[in-house]
Ligand binder design. Structure first.
Ligand code: FES
Length: 77
């Protein structure tokens, strides 16, 4: 099933990019262009990312530097 029909990007592809470190719809867009045409898939992409595909997502959403955020996570662990 396509997540982004403009570019023919599937949920699997979005998940793969998320595993590779794309934690926000913007990063998914720069990885595979999904979301950069009509934009109607951005919410679907967000939902996929929101299912915990990427543990760094929350930090990125908060605008924190991801590496600094990882340090915090390690300290908390
Ligand atoms: S469906 Fe993804 S940009 Fe149009």
């Amino acid at each position: 099933m396509y997540v982004c029909s403009c570019f023919g990007i599937t949920e699997q592809q979005v998940k793969k990019h998320a595993e590779d470190g794309a934690c926000t719809p913007r990063q998914i867009a720069s990885a595979c262009k999904a979301g950069t045409d009509c934009g109607s898939c951005v919410r679907r992409i967000q939902a996929i990312l929101g299912r915990g595909a990427c543990p760094r997502r929350e930090l990125a959403d908060q605008g924190k530097p991801v590496l600094a955020g990882l340090d915090e996570l390690e300290e908390a662990a």
